[in-house]
Design a protein around this ligand. Sequence first.
Ligand code: FAD
Length: 475
Amino acid sequence: MHQLIWFRSDLRVQDNSALAAAMAAGPTIALYLVSPGQWREHDDAPCKVDFWLRNLAALQVKLQQLNVPLLVRHAEFWSEAPRVLDEVCRAHRVACVRVNEEYGIHESRRDRAVAETLASQGVAFESHLDQLLFRPGSVLTRSGGYFQVFGQFRRACYQRLYGELPELLATPAAQAPLPIASDAVPTAVAGFDLPDQARRRLWPAGEIAAQHRLALFAEEHLAGYREQRDFPAIDGTSQLSPYLAAGVLSPRQCLHTALRGNRGEFESGNPGAVAWISELLWREFYKHILVGYPRVSRGRAFRPETEALPWRQVPDELAAWQEGRTGFPIIDAAMRQLCATGWMHNRLRMIVAMFLAKNLLIDWREGERFFMRQLIDGDLAANNGGWQWCASTGTDAAPYFRVFNPLTQSEKFDPNGTFIRHWLPELADLGPRDIHNPVAAGGLFGRPDYPRPIIDLARSRERVLRAFQELPQLE
Ligand code: FAD
Protein backbone atom coordinates (compact mmCIF):
# COMPACT_ATOMS: atom_id res chain seq x y z
CA MET A 1 0.00 0.00 0.00
CA HIS A 2 1.14 3.55 -0.80
CA GLN A 3 1.03 6.95 0.79
CA LEU A 4 -0.03 9.78 -1.51
CA ILE A 5 1.09 13.36 -1.02
CA TRP A 6 -1.21 15.74 -2.86
CA PHE A 7 0.81 18.90 -3.53
CA ARG A 8 -1.01 22.24 -3.75
CA SER A 9 0.54 25.46 -2.42
CA ASP A 10 3.53 23.65 -0.89
CA LEU A 11 5.83 23.09 -3.86
CA ARG A 12 9.01 22.02 -2.07
CA VAL A 13 10.61 18.92 -0.53
CA GLN A 14 12.44 20.64 2.33
CA ASP A 15 10.58 21.30 5.56
CA ASN A 16 7.34 19.98 4.09
CA SER A 17 5.04 18.57 6.80
CA ALA A 18 2.85 16.33 4.63
CA LEU A 19 5.75 14.98 2.57
CA ALA A 20 7.81 14.20 5.67
CA ALA A 21 4.84 12.42 7.29
CA ALA A 22 4.04 10.47 4.12
CA MET A 23 7.59 9.26 3.56
CA ALA A 24 7.93 8.30 7.23
CA ALA A 25 4.77 6.21 6.90
CA GLY A 26 5.62 4.21 3.78
CA PRO A 27 6.33 4.20 0.03
CA THR A 28 5.07 7.50 -1.30
CA ILE A 29 3.77 8.82 -4.60
CA ALA A 30 2.94 12.45 -5.32
CA LEU A 31 0.04 14.11 -7.12
CA TYR A 32 -0.68 17.56 -8.51
CA LEU A 33 -4.01 18.66 -10.00
CA VAL A 34 -4.14 21.11 -12.90
CA SER A 35 -7.41 23.05 -12.46
CA PRO A 36 -7.66 25.87 -15.02
CA GLY A 37 -11.39 26.48 -14.56
CA GLN A 38 -10.97 26.86 -10.81
CA TRP A 39 -7.93 29.07 -11.25
CA ARG A 40 -9.89 31.33 -13.59
CA GLU A 41 -12.74 31.51 -11.09
CA HIS A 42 -10.22 32.59 -8.45
CA ASP A 43 -8.78 35.25 -10.77
CA ASP A 44 -5.33 33.63 -10.55
CA ALA A 45 -2.89 35.63 -12.65
CA PRO A 46 -1.30 34.02 -15.74
CA CYS A 47 2.17 34.84 -14.38
CA LYS A 48 1.26 33.08 -11.13
CA VAL A 49 0.03 29.96 -12.94
CA ASP A 50 3.25 29.97 -14.97
CA PHE A 51 5.22 30.32 -11.72
CA TRP A 52 3.37 27.33 -10.24
CA LEU A 53 4.14 25.17 -13.29
CA ARG A 54 7.80 26.18 -13.33
CA ASN A 55 8.06 25.37 -9.64
CA LEU A 56 6.24 22.10 -10.18
CA ALA A 57 8.86 21.14 -12.79
CA ALA A 58 11.64 22.01 -10.32
CA LEU A 59 9.82 20.03 -7.61
CA GLN A 60 9.65 17.02 -9.90
CA VAL A 61 13.45 17.01 -10.18
CA LYS A 62 13.74 17.10 -6.38
CA LEU A 63 11.17 14.32 -6.03
CA GLN A 64 13.07 12.18 -8.54
CA GLN A 65 16.09 12.38 -6.24
CA LEU A 66 13.85 10.94 -3.50
CA ASN A 67 12.46 8.29 -5.90
CA VAL A 68 8.96 9.75 -5.46
CA PRO A 69 7.02 9.63 -8.76
CA LEU A 70 4.87 12.68 -9.51
CA LEU A 71 1.48 12.16 -11.13
CA VAL A 72 -0.16 15.16 -12.82
CA ARG A 73 -3.92 14.96 -13.36
CA HIS A 74 -6.52 17.33 -14.79
CA ALA A 75 -9.52 18.40 -12.70
CA GLU A 76 -10.99 21.45 -14.42
CA PHE A 77 -12.80 22.48 -11.24
CA TRP A 78 -12.20 21.33 -7.67
CA SER A 79 -15.65 19.73 -7.67
CA GLU A 80 -13.93 17.01 -9.75
CA ALA A 81 -11.16 16.50 -7.18
CA PRO A 82 -12.95 13.70 -5.23
CA ARG A 83 -13.39 11.63 -8.42
CA VAL A 84 -9.81 12.17 -9.59
CA LEU A 85 -8.34 11.39 -6.17
CA ASP A 86 -10.52 8.30 -5.91
CA GLU A 87 -9.28 7.06 -9.32
CA VAL A 88 -5.63 7.64 -8.41
CA CYS A 89 -6.05 5.91 -5.04
CA ARG A 90 -7.67 2.87 -6.65
CA ALA A 91 -5.09 2.65 -9.45
CA HIS A 92 -2.12 2.87 -7.07
CA ARG A 93 -3.40 1.12 -3.95
CA VAL A 94 -3.21 4.18 -1.71
CA ALA A 95 -3.82 3.77 2.02
CA CYS A 96 -3.55 7.40 3.04
CA VAL A 97 -3.70 10.77 1.25
CA ARG A 98 -1.74 13.53 2.96
CA VAL A 99 -2.07 17.24 2.36
CA ASN A 100 -0.86 20.49 3.84
CA GLU A 101 -3.83 22.55 4.99
CA GLU A 102 -5.17 25.39 2.82
CA TYR A 103 -7.57 27.89 4.32
CA GLY A 104 -10.00 29.48 1.82
CA ILE A 105 -13.61 28.32 1.91
CA HIS A 106 -13.37 26.66 -1.51
CA GLU A 107 -10.19 24.89 -0.46
CA SER A 108 -11.79 23.67 2.78
CA ARG A 109 -14.92 22.52 0.98
CA ARG A 110 -12.82 20.66 -1.62
CA ASP A 111 -10.80 18.88 1.06
CA ARG A 112 -13.90 17.88 3.03
CA ALA A 113 -15.47 16.40 -0.12
CA VAL A 114 -12.28 14.50 -1.00
CA ALA A 115 -11.94 13.19 2.57
CA GLU A 116 -15.56 11.95 2.53
CA THR A 117 -15.20 10.19 -0.82
CA LEU A 118 -11.96 8.54 0.23
CA ALA A 119 -13.35 7.50 3.60
CA SER A 120 -16.11 5.58 1.83
CA GLN A 121 -13.34 3.62 0.07
CA GLY A 122 -11.38 3.02 3.26
CA VAL A 123 -8.64 5.52 2.35
CA ALA A 124 -7.46 7.86 5.12
CA PHE A 125 -7.07 11.62 4.58
CA GLU A 126 -4.60 13.45 6.81
CA SER A 127 -4.12 17.25 6.90
CA HIS A 128 -0.93 18.83 8.20
CA LEU A 129 -0.07 22.31 9.44
CA ASP A 130 2.55 23.72 7.07
CA GLN A 131 1.54 27.03 5.50
CA LEU A 132 1.45 28.77 8.86
CA LEU A 133 3.35 28.77 12.14
CA PHE A 134 0.15 28.37 14.15
CA ARG A 135 -3.04 26.56 13.22
CA PRO A 136 -6.02 28.94 12.84
CA GLY A 137 -8.17 28.58 15.93
CA SER A 138 -5.13 27.98 18.14
CA VAL A 139 -4.31 31.67 18.74
CA LEU A 140 -7.41 33.12 20.37
CA THR A 141 -8.49 35.87 22.74
CA ARG A 142 -9.23 35.07 26.38
CA SER A 143 -12.90 34.80 25.52
CA GLY A 144 -12.11 32.29 22.77
CA GLY A 145 -12.58 34.50 19.70
CA TYR A 146 -10.26 35.29 16.82
CA PHE A 147 -8.11 38.38 17.33
CA GLN A 148 -9.24 41.39 15.33
CA VAL A 149 -6.35 43.64 16.31
CA PHE A 150 -2.96 42.76 14.89
CA GLY A 151 -0.91 44.03 17.84
CA GLN A 152 -2.77 41.75 20.24
CA PHE A 153 -2.52 38.81 17.84
CA ARG A 154 1.23 39.37 17.52
CA ARG A 155 1.67 39.44 21.30
CA ALA A 156 -0.16 36.14 21.57
CA CYS A 157 2.08 34.72 18.80
CA TYR A 158 5.19 35.87 20.68
CA GLN A 159 3.94 34.02 23.77
CA ARG A 160 3.50 30.89 21.68
CA LEU A 161 6.98 31.29 20.20
CA TYR A 162 8.54 31.64 23.68
CA GLY A 163 6.79 28.43 24.67
CA GLU A 164 7.59 26.39 21.59
CA LEU A 165 9.41 27.37 18.44
CA PRO A 166 8.04 25.54 15.36
CA GLU A 167 10.83 23.17 14.33
CA LEU A 168 12.28 22.77 10.86
CA LEU A 169 11.66 19.28 9.49
CA ALA A 170 14.46 17.20 8.05
CA THR A 171 14.21 16.45 4.33
CA PRO A 172 13.27 12.77 3.97
CA ALA A 173 15.88 10.30 2.75
CA ALA A 174 15.34 8.77 -0.69
CA GLN A 175 13.01 5.77 -0.69
CA ALA A 176 13.47 2.61 -2.73
CA PRO A 177 12.45 3.23 -6.36
CA LEU A 178 8.82 2.45 -7.22
CA PRO A 179 7.66 0.92 -10.52
CA ILE A 180 5.47 3.97 -11.26
CA ALA A 181 6.36 6.46 -14.01
CA SER A 182 6.12 10.20 -13.41
CA ASP A 183 3.94 12.30 -15.70
CA ALA A 184 5.25 15.20 -17.74
CA VAL A 185 4.68 18.57 -16.08
CA PRO A 186 2.82 20.90 -18.48
CA THR A 187 4.70 24.02 -19.50
CA ALA A 188 1.53 25.98 -20.24
CA VAL A 189 -2.20 25.82 -19.56
CA ALA A 190 -4.81 26.97 -22.09
CA GLY A 191 -6.31 30.33 -21.20
CA PHE A 192 -3.27 31.56 -19.27
CA ASP A 193 -0.83 33.52 -21.44
CA LEU A 194 2.84 32.82 -20.90
CA PRO A 195 4.78 35.75 -19.44
CA ASP A 196 7.82 36.97 -21.35
CA GLN A 197 11.30 35.70 -20.48
CA ALA A 198 12.27 38.96 -18.82
CA ARG A 199 9.47 38.60 -16.31
CA ARG A 200 10.29 34.93 -15.76
CA ARG A 201 13.91 35.82 -15.05
CA LEU A 202 12.76 38.09 -12.22
CA TRP A 203 11.22 35.10 -10.47
CA PRO A 204 13.43 32.04 -10.98
CA ALA A 205 11.70 28.81 -9.97
CA GLY A 206 12.64 26.15 -7.47
CA GLU A 207 13.48 25.89 -3.82
CA ILE A 208 17.19 26.40 -4.44
CA ALA A 209 16.45 29.78 -6.02
CA ALA A 210 14.06 30.63 -3.17
CA GLN A 211 16.58 29.73 -0.50
CA HIS A 212 19.29 31.63 -2.29
CA ARG A 213 17.05 34.72 -2.26
CA LEU A 214 16.28 34.22 1.42
CA ALA A 215 19.97 33.82 2.32
CA LEU A 216 20.94 36.90 0.30
CA PHE A 217 18.21 38.96 1.95
CA ALA A 218 19.27 37.80 5.42
CA GLU A 219 22.88 38.64 4.71
CA GLU A 220 22.50 41.96 2.93
CA HIS A 221 19.16 43.56 3.80
CA LEU A 222 17.65 42.13 6.98
CA ALA A 223 19.63 44.38 9.34
CA GLY A 224 18.51 47.51 7.47
CA TYR A 225 14.97 46.28 6.74
CA ARG A 226 13.19 48.60 9.15
CA GLU A 227 14.78 51.73 7.69
CA GLN A 228 14.69 50.67 4.05
CA ARG A 229 11.49 48.72 3.57
CA ASP A 230 9.35 51.75 2.70
CA PHE A 231 11.44 53.00 -0.21
CA PRO A 232 10.44 51.36 -3.49
CA ALA A 233 13.59 52.49 -5.30
CA ILE A 234 15.67 50.39 -2.88
CA ASP A 235 15.70 46.57 -2.83
CA GLY A 236 15.00 46.74 0.88
CA THR A 237 12.42 43.98 1.18
CA SER A 238 12.88 40.26 0.57
CA GLN A 239 10.69 39.85 -2.55
CA LEU A 240 9.95 36.38 -1.23
CA SER A 241 6.15 36.72 -1.35
CA PRO A 242 5.70 34.65 -4.56
CA TYR A 243 7.76 31.84 -3.03
CA LEU A 244 5.81 31.93 0.23
CA ALA A 245 2.50 32.05 -1.61
CA ALA A 246 3.36 29.00 -3.72
CA GLY A 247 4.95 27.24 -0.75
CA VAL A 248 8.37 27.02 -2.40
CA LEU A 249 9.55 28.37 0.92
CA SER A 250 7.96 27.79 4.32
CA PRO A 251 7.32 30.40 7.01
CA ARG A 252 9.35 28.20 9.37
CA GLN A 253 12.37 28.50 7.07
CA CYS A 254 11.92 32.29 7.00
CA LEU A 255 11.47 32.54 10.76
CA HIS A 256 14.53 30.42 11.53
CA THR A 257 16.68 32.41 9.10
CA ALA A 258 15.61 35.68 10.73
CA LEU A 259 16.22 34.26 14.19
CA ARG A 260 19.71 33.14 13.21
CA GLY A 261 20.41 36.72 12.18
CA ASN A 262 19.13 37.98 15.55
CA ARG A 263 20.65 35.59 18.09
CA GLY A 264 17.33 33.75 18.47
CA GLU A 265 15.33 36.87 19.44
CA PHE A 266 12.06 37.74 17.75
CA GLU A 267 10.88 40.65 19.92
CA SER A 268 14.14 42.46 20.63
CA GLY A 269 17.65 42.82 19.26
CA ASN A 270 18.11 43.82 15.64
CA PRO A 271 15.17 46.10 14.69
CA GLY A 272 15.32 44.87 11.08
CA ALA A 273 14.86 41.24 12.06
CA VAL A 274 12.11 42.14 14.55
CA ALA A 275 10.24 44.14 11.89
CA TRP A 276 10.56 41.36 9.30
CA ILE A 277 9.30 38.69 11.70
CA SER A 278 6.39 41.01 12.42
CA GLU A 279 5.57 41.04 8.68
CA LEU A 280 5.57 37.25 8.67
CA LEU A 281 3.02 37.50 11.48
CA TRP A 282 0.84 39.87 9.40
CA ARG A 283 0.75 37.06 6.84
CA GLU A 284 -0.27 34.72 9.62
CA PHE A 285 -2.89 37.17 10.97
CA TYR A 286 -4.78 37.53 7.69
CA LYS A 287 -4.95 33.77 7.18
CA HIS A 288 -6.38 33.36 10.67
CA ILE A 289 -8.93 36.09 9.85
CA LEU A 290 -9.91 34.17 6.70
CA VAL A 291 -10.79 31.14 8.80
CA GLY A 292 -12.30 33.05 11.72
CA TYR A 293 -14.46 35.31 9.55
CA PRO A 294 -15.36 33.36 6.40
CA ARG A 295 -17.43 36.29 5.08
CA VAL A 296 -14.20 37.95 3.90
CA SER A 297 -13.67 34.91 1.64
CA ARG A 298 -17.10 35.58 0.15
CA GLY A 299 -16.25 39.11 -0.95
CA ARG A 300 -17.97 40.77 2.01
CA ALA A 301 -16.54 43.67 4.00
CA PHE A 302 -15.32 42.73 7.46
CA ARG A 303 -17.20 45.74 8.83
CA PRO A 304 -20.75 45.23 7.52
CA GLU A 305 -21.75 48.89 7.89
CA THR A 306 -19.25 49.82 5.18
CA GLU A 307 -21.29 47.82 2.64
CA ALA A 308 -23.48 50.94 2.43
CA LEU A 309 -20.68 53.17 1.12
CA PRO A 310 -21.77 54.89 -2.11
CA TRP A 311 -19.10 53.38 -4.37
CA ARG A 312 -18.86 55.23 -7.67
CA GLN A 313 -19.33 53.45 -11.01
CA VAL A 314 -16.70 55.23 -13.09
CA PRO A 315 -15.16 52.83 -15.65
CA ASP A 316 -12.94 55.56 -17.14
CA GLU A 317 -11.33 56.35 -13.79
CA LEU A 318 -10.95 52.65 -12.99
CA ALA A 319 -9.25 52.09 -16.36
CA ALA A 320 -6.95 55.09 -15.80
CA TRP A 321 -5.91 53.60 -12.46
CA GLN A 322 -5.40 50.11 -13.93
CA GLU A 323 -3.38 51.40 -16.86
CA GLY A 324 -1.27 53.90 -14.93
CA ARG A 325 -2.82 57.06 -16.44
CA THR A 326 -4.06 58.88 -13.35
CA GLY A 327 -1.69 61.84 -13.67
CA PHE A 328 -0.18 61.04 -10.26
CA PRO A 329 3.31 59.72 -11.07
CA ILE A 330 3.77 57.56 -7.97
CA ILE A 331 0.45 55.80 -8.68
CA ASP A 332 1.14 55.39 -12.38
CA ALA A 333 4.70 54.13 -11.83
CA ALA A 334 3.44 51.61 -9.25
CA MET A 335 0.72 50.29 -11.57
CA ARG A 336 3.27 49.92 -14.36
CA GLN A 337 5.54 47.97 -12.02
CA LEU A 338 2.63 45.66 -11.20
CA CYS A 339 1.67 45.03 -14.81
CA ALA A 340 5.28 44.55 -15.98
CA THR A 341 6.60 42.36 -13.14
CA GLY A 342 3.58 40.79 -11.39
CA TRP A 343 4.74 42.33 -8.11
CA MET A 344 4.43 45.68 -6.38
CA HIS A 345 6.26 47.11 -3.39
CA ASN A 346 4.18 47.10 -0.19
CA ARG A 347 4.28 50.88 0.34
CA LEU A 348 2.99 51.33 -3.20
CA ARG A 349 0.26 48.72 -2.75
CA MET A 350 -0.99 50.83 0.14
CA ILE A 351 -0.76 54.10 -1.80
CA VAL A 352 -2.56 52.84 -4.94
CA ALA A 353 -5.19 50.94 -2.95
CA MET A 354 -6.05 53.94 -0.83
CA PHE A 355 -6.19 56.13 -3.90
CA LEU A 356 -8.69 53.79 -5.58
CA ALA A 357 -10.90 53.13 -2.58
CA LYS A 358 -10.73 56.59 -1.00
CA ASN A 359 -9.89 59.29 -3.55
CA LEU A 360 -11.73 57.65 -6.43
CA LEU A 361 -14.32 56.07 -4.10
CA ILE A 362 -14.30 52.95 -6.28
CA ASP A 363 -15.30 49.67 -4.57
CA TRP A 364 -12.17 48.06 -3.07
CA ARG A 365 -13.32 44.74 -4.59
CA GLU A 366 -12.52 46.12 -8.06
CA GLY A 367 -8.97 46.75 -6.91
CA GLU A 368 -8.71 43.43 -5.11
CA ARG A 369 -9.78 41.58 -8.28
CA PHE A 370 -7.44 43.55 -10.53
CA PHE A 371 -4.51 42.90 -8.19
CA MET A 372 -5.31 39.20 -8.09
CA ARG A 373 -5.34 39.03 -11.89
CA GLN A 374 -1.86 40.57 -12.04
CA LEU A 375 0.02 39.43 -8.94
CA ILE A 376 2.53 36.60 -8.99
CA ASP A 377 2.17 36.48 -5.19
CA GLY A 378 -1.64 36.82 -5.28
CA ASP A 379 -2.96 35.40 -2.03
CA LEU A 380 -6.62 35.65 -1.02
CA ALA A 381 -5.95 36.34 2.66
CA ALA A 382 -3.14 38.90 2.26
CA ASN A 383 -4.74 40.62 -0.73
CA ASN A 384 -8.15 40.86 0.87
CA GLY A 385 -6.61 41.93 4.18
CA GLY A 386 -4.49 44.59 2.47
CA TRP A 387 -7.40 45.97 0.47
CA GLN A 388 -9.78 46.06 3.40
CA TRP A 389 -7.09 47.71 5.52
CA CYS A 390 -6.62 50.45 2.93
CA ALA A 391 -10.36 50.90 2.35
CA SER A 392 -11.01 51.07 6.13
CA THR A 393 -13.55 48.28 5.83
CA GLY A 394 -11.51 45.53 7.52
CA THR A 395 -10.13 44.24 10.81
CA ASP A 396 -7.74 46.63 12.47
CA ALA A 397 -7.93 48.72 9.32
CA ALA A 398 -6.63 52.23 8.76
CA PRO A 399 -9.11 54.65 10.42
CA TYR A 400 -11.47 56.02 7.78
CA PHE A 401 -10.07 59.55 8.10
CA ARG A 402 -6.58 58.36 7.13
CA VAL A 403 -6.30 59.12 3.44
CA PHE A 404 -2.77 59.04 2.07
CA ASN A 405 -1.91 62.01 -0.08
CA PRO A 406 -0.11 60.47 -3.08
CA LEU A 407 1.99 63.59 -3.60
CA THR A 408 3.36 63.74 -0.06
CA GLN A 409 3.77 59.93 0.00
CA SER A 410 5.75 60.27 -3.22
CA GLU A 411 7.98 63.02 -1.82
CA LYS A 412 8.56 61.05 1.35
CA PHE A 413 9.19 57.58 -0.01
CA ASP A 414 10.68 58.31 -3.45
CA PRO A 415 12.39 61.60 -2.57
CA ASN A 416 14.64 61.76 -5.62
CA GLY A 417 12.02 60.36 -7.98
CA THR A 418 14.27 57.40 -8.84
CA PHE A 419 11.44 54.87 -8.82
CA ILE A 420 9.13 57.13 -10.81
CA ARG A 421 11.80 57.87 -13.41
CA HIS A 422 12.44 54.14 -13.88
CA TRP A 423 8.82 53.32 -14.68
CA LEU A 424 7.79 56.62 -16.30
CA PRO A 425 10.71 57.45 -18.61
CA GLU A 426 8.60 60.21 -20.16
CA LEU A 427 9.18 62.16 -16.93
CA ALA A 428 12.93 61.46 -16.81
CA ASP A 429 13.82 65.08 -17.49
CA LEU A 430 12.08 66.31 -14.33
CA GLY A 431 14.13 66.96 -11.22
CA PRO A 432 13.37 65.72 -7.69
CA ARG A 433 11.21 68.77 -6.94
CA ASP A 434 8.88 68.58 -9.95
CA ILE A 435 8.66 64.87 -10.66
CA HIS A 436 6.03 64.16 -8.01
CA ASN A 437 3.57 66.63 -9.52
CA PRO A 438 4.43 67.32 -13.17
CA VAL A 439 1.33 69.41 -13.81
CA ALA A 440 2.58 72.00 -11.36
CA ALA A 441 5.88 72.04 -13.21
CA GLY A 442 4.32 72.12 -16.68
CA GLY A 443 2.34 75.31 -16.27
CA LEU A 444 -1.28 75.85 -17.27
CA PHE A 445 -1.34 73.26 -20.03
CA GLY A 446 0.62 70.53 -18.27
CA ARG A 447 2.85 68.25 -20.30
CA PRO A 448 1.88 66.84 -23.69
CA ASP A 449 3.32 63.42 -22.84
CA TYR A 450 1.72 62.91 -19.45
CA PRO A 451 -1.93 63.08 -18.32
CA ARG A 452 -3.27 65.76 -16.03
CA PRO A 453 -4.48 64.47 -12.62
CA ILE A 454 -7.86 62.77 -13.01
CA ILE A 455 -9.13 64.17 -9.71
CA ASP A 456 -8.71 67.00 -7.25
CA LEU A 457 -7.13 65.49 -4.15
CA ALA A 458 -8.64 67.85 -1.57
CA ARG A 459 -12.20 67.55 -2.91
CA SER A 460 -11.99 63.76 -3.26
CA ARG A 461 -10.73 63.53 0.30
CA GLU A 462 -13.70 65.51 1.59
CA ARG A 463 -16.04 63.33 -0.47
CA VAL A 464 -14.86 60.07 1.08
CA LEU A 465 -14.79 61.47 4.61
CA ARG A 466 -18.40 62.57 4.16
CA ALA A 467 -19.33 59.16 2.81
CA PHE A 468 -17.91 57.43 5.89
CA GLN A 469 -19.45 59.96 8.27
CA GLU A 470 -22.87 59.41 6.74
CA LEU A 471 -22.76 55.63 7.15
CA PRO A 472 -25.52 54.22 9.34
CA GLN A 473 -23.92 52.63 12.40
CA LEU A 474 -24.80 48.94 12.61
CA GLU A 475 -24.32 47.01 15.79
P1 FAD B 1 8.71 41.53 2.92
O1 FAD B 1 8.60 42.93 3.39
O2 FAD B 1 10.05 40.98 2.73
O3 FAD B 1 7.89 40.64 3.96
C1 FAD B 1 8.15 39.24 4.12
C2 FAD B 1 6.89 38.43 3.89
O4 FAD B 1 5.91 38.74 4.87
C3 FAD B 1 6.22 38.69 2.56
O5 FAD B 1 6.83 37.96 1.53
C4 FAD B 1 4.79 38.27 2.83
O6 FAD B 1 4.64 36.88 2.73
C5 FAD B 1 4.61 38.67 4.28
N1 FAD B 1 3.99 39.99 4.38
C6 FAD B 1 4.62 41.18 4.39
N2 FAD B 1 3.72 42.18 4.54
C7 FAD B 1 2.51 41.60 4.62
C8 FAD B 1 1.19 42.10 4.80
N3 FAD B 1 0.93 43.42 4.95
N4 FAD B 1 0.17 41.22 4.80
C9 FAD B 1 0.39 39.90 4.68
N5 FAD B 1 1.62 39.38 4.53
C10 FAD B 1 2.67 40.22 4.51
N6 FAD B 1 0.96 39.96 0.02
C11 FAD B 1 0.90 38.78 -0.61
O7 FAD B 1 1.72 37.89 -0.32
N7 FAD B 1 -0.06 38.53 -1.56
C12 FAD B 1 -0.99 39.45 -1.92
O8 FAD B 1 -1.84 39.17 -2.76
C13 FAD B 1 -0.92 40.73 -1.30
N8 FAD B 1 -1.78 41.73 -1.66
C14 FAD B 1 -1.72 42.94 -1.03
C15 FAD B 1 -2.63 43.96 -1.38
C16 FAD B 1 -2.60 45.19 -0.74
C17 FAD B 1 -3.59 46.26 -1.11
C18 FAD B 1 -1.63 45.44 0.26
C19 FAD B 1 -1.57 46.76 0.95
C20 FAD B 1 -0.73 44.45 0.62
C21 FAD B 1 -0.76 43.19 -0.02
N9 FAD B 1 0.16 42.17 0.32
C22 FAD B 1 0.09 40.95 -0.30
C23 FAD B 1 1.12 42.35 1.43
C24 FAD B 1 2.50 42.90 1.03
O9 FAD B 1 2.37 44.02 0.22
C25 FAD B 1 3.37 41.86 0.33
O10 FAD B 1 3.39 40.65 1.07
C26 FAD B 1 4.80 42.36 0.21
O11 FAD B 1 4.85 43.55 -0.53
C27 FAD B 1 5.65 41.30 -0.48
O12 FAD B 1 6.94 41.76 -0.67
P2 FAD B 1 8.16 41.10 0.09
O13 FAD B 1 8.14 39.62 -0.10
O14 FAD B 1 9.38 41.83 -0.34
O15 FAD B 1 7.80 41.42 1.60
